[in-house]
Write a protein that binds this ligand. Structure first.
Ligand SMILES: Nc1ncnc2c1ncn2[C@@H]1O[C@H](COP(=O)(O)OP(=O)(O)OP(=O)(O)O)[C@@H](O)[C@H]1O
Ligand SMILES: [Mg+2]
Length: 601
């Protein structure tokens, strides 16, 4: 059978019947008898209270105790709500195969339910169906395959290109799952938990959860570091069915007993390979061990490096693995990828030329990635002095500034954003036409995610990447990604492959150093080396925030924004500064963000 790898005797799509779930009486059969007793002892150990800043040496969650699940009698819960639509059942095996083949789908696992080819086949509740139909024409491929699997209660790994709608692939079945559980009682924590690597991504996912969940009268909240704890605490104690969280702050709340995961039966790791890498894995373990073992677990990403595959199995059982597109590292084919091999000292000038060309062509939003926070600040200063409407985002900035900057960029008021890898994953910003890798990232997975900020949905985009001999160790990977996507390969890259092979010990280090941005160096290899504070744990950003001090040098330089080209951008006489102050935000922000009013920006 095409597009599907048989993992064993009984793997994959069944030739007949597909789905083996006919016996379930469909949705609506919520379990009787709530209560969820029997969990005593499952809570955390009290703990560190509300301290915002964790001692540098203490481990997140060290006061959390793993419940002895073996000895706890758990109330049963239902997780299979899927009833195959008659149109899906009637579809011939050939049609299904053709769909899988055309869309380059690979599925592994036992008794995998068939894909649904349109919204009405998905078995979504009526109001959810109506809303999704209002927004979109048909499910994306990952949605078509995921929904039946997820609604059948199966654990799954879903790997699909950037911008392909993975968020709804896991959120809608999550909402269906919640609606079939007994209502929350006082003191209950969330039923659906989505873990994300960055605060901005968590907020974005929560917006989608709110949009769809509120129609089912579900409450959701977003738990992340760097923002004040009070409102988050209030939400948690009020009772929320859906919690989107970054790991560090969630662990804090679990330790302090502000919430618990005793009711959690639907767990998602978004950007799962990132969540399982060394920076996050211990925190993920801490969290997951608070959740009953018979939960449903789903993992999604656009990349699935070998190094995390085995680790993922620790958290999954009898899972279905779905892969759309190449089984190797691959970029979204909507993106035109251009690689320039340059010397480090040439980058500035080259960037300038590139920006001039792009703005002449009227590219509305440009996202520029650099390796370190310091570099982000320096480049921003330099560009602003030269008149480019630029803001930057990285892990040393206070959350308020991060939120502001992203919002300015989203709304097109500040069309150039300079970022570290804090913006590499998951962010869905309309109309980024171009991503520039000023510095090549430390691992090629990050390259795929970074450039994936453009070319989302069915849109096209372009990425430009500066590649130096110092990046030679990644040349081979990059060539493969380019070739897989049918892109021209800069011949100079081939010359660097040999050099790269000799750069031993600097292998595929992915660990973020204290200075952010996945520095390579020491260790090499996936699990070697040490990553510094992860982006979201403990809110290091605010602690080190340099915000209130009036920014850093060149910010607010009044040379700003001298009507650079950017043809085609709307005229915006109230630049970021005025619109921001109108919003009543603290003045200190303006020291960083203030462009000169009265310009096109
Ligand atoms: N069925 C659909 N048809 C068209 N667009 C969709 C559909 N479902 C979701 N989208 C839109 O596609 C965009 C990308 O979705 P999403 O952010 O979930 O992608 P993703 O696969 O998670 O990407 P990434 O790997 O970068 O995280 C969003 O704007 C979303 O609203
Ligand atoms: Mg996503």
């Amino acid at each position: 059978m095409v597009g599907y790898r048989d993992e064993g005797r009984s793997g994959g799509y069944q030739a007949n019947g597909y789905g083996a779930y006919g016996a379930y009486g469909g949705r609506g059969g919520a379990q009787a008898g709530g209560g969820y007793g029997g969990f005593r002892g499952a809570g955390g150990g009290g703990g560190s209270g509300g301290s915002s800043w964790r001692d540098k040496d203490s481990q997140p969650g060290e006061n959390l105790r793993r419940p002895k699940w073996e000895t706890i009698k758990l109330l049963e819960f239902e997780k299979n709500f899927y009833k195959e639509h008659s149109a899906v059942t009637k579809r011939s095996a050939m049609e299904v195969e053709t769909y899988l083949k055309e869309n380059d789908v690979t599925v592994r696992g036992r008794d995998v339910p068939r894909p649904v080819l349109n919204f009405s086949e998905a078995g979504l509740p009526d109001d959810m169906l109506a809303h999704v139909c209002e927004n979109f024409e048909k499910p994306t491929v990952i949605q078509s395959i995921s929904w039946p699997v997820a609604m059948s209660g199966r654990d799954m790994v879903g790997i699909a290109q950037t911008g392909s709608g993975k968020t709804l692939a896991f959120l809608l079945p999550g909402i269906v799952h919640i609606c079939q559980q007994p209502p929350l009682s006082r003191g209950d924590g969330p039923i659906c938990l989505v873990l994300c690597p960055t605060r901005e991504l968590a907020q974005q996912v929560q917006e989608v959860a709110m949009e769809y969940g509120s129609r089912a009268k579900l409450n959701s909240t977003c738990i992340y570091g760097g923002a004040s704890r009070g409102p988050q605490h209030r939400d948690l104690t009020k009772g929320i069915e859906i919690c989107i969280a970054t790991p560090g702050r969630l662990i804090d709340f679990l330790e302090s007993g502000a919430t618990n995961l005793r009711r959690c039966t639907y767990l998602v790791l978004d950007e799962a390979d990132r969540m399982l890498d060394m920076g996050f894995e211990p925190q993920i373990r801490k969290i997951v061990e608070q959740i009953r073992p018979d939960r449903q677990t789903l993992m999604y990403s656009a990349t699935w490096p070998k190094e995390v595959r085995q680790l993922a199995d620790d958290f999954l059982s009898n899972n279905v693995h779905v892969n759309i597109g190449s089984l190797e590292l691959a970029a979204n084919h909507n993106i035109r990828q251009v690689v320039e091999v340059v010397e480090e000292f040439e980058k500035h000038e080259r960037l300038l030329k590139m920006l001039e060309e792009l703005t002449r062509a009227g590219e509305p939003k440009i996202l520029i990635f650099v390796e370190t926070k310091r570099k982000a600040d320096e480049l921003t200063r330099w560009m602003r002095r030269d008149g480019w409407p630029t803001l930057s985002i990285h892990g040393d900035k206070a959350q308020q500034e991060r939120d502001f900057v992203l919002s300015e960029f989203r709304q097109g008021r500040s069309p150039i954003l300079i970022a570290t890898d804090v913006a590499a994953r998951g962010l869905d910003v309309d109309d980024i036409k171009c991503v520039i890798n000023y510095d090549y990232p430390n691992c090629s997975e990050d390259y795929v995610h970074r450039i994936g900020r453009t070319g989302r949905r069915d849109k096209k985009g372009t990425s430009y990447t500066f590649f130096t001999s110092a990046n030679a160790k990644s040349a081979q990977d990059l060539i493969k990604v380019l070739e897989e996507a049918g892109q021209d390969v800069n011949p100079k890259l081939y010359n660097l492959v040999e050099i790269g092979k000799n750069m031993r010990g600097r292998g595929r280090g992915r660990w973020r150093s204290e200075d952010d941005g996945y520095r390579g160096g020491g260790g090499g290899g996936f699990r070697g080396g040490k990553r510094g504070a992860t982006d979201d744990y403990g809110g290091g950003s605010a602690k080190r925030g340099r915000f209130d001090g009036g920014g850093r040098g060149g910010y607010g330089n009044s040379n700003g924004y001298n009507n650079r080209g950017f043809g085609g951008m709307q005229n915006s006489s109230n630049g970021a500064a005025s619109s921001y102050s109108q919003a009543g935000k603290p003045q200190s922000l303006l020291s960083v963000a203030a462009p000169v009013g009265g310009t096109r920006w």
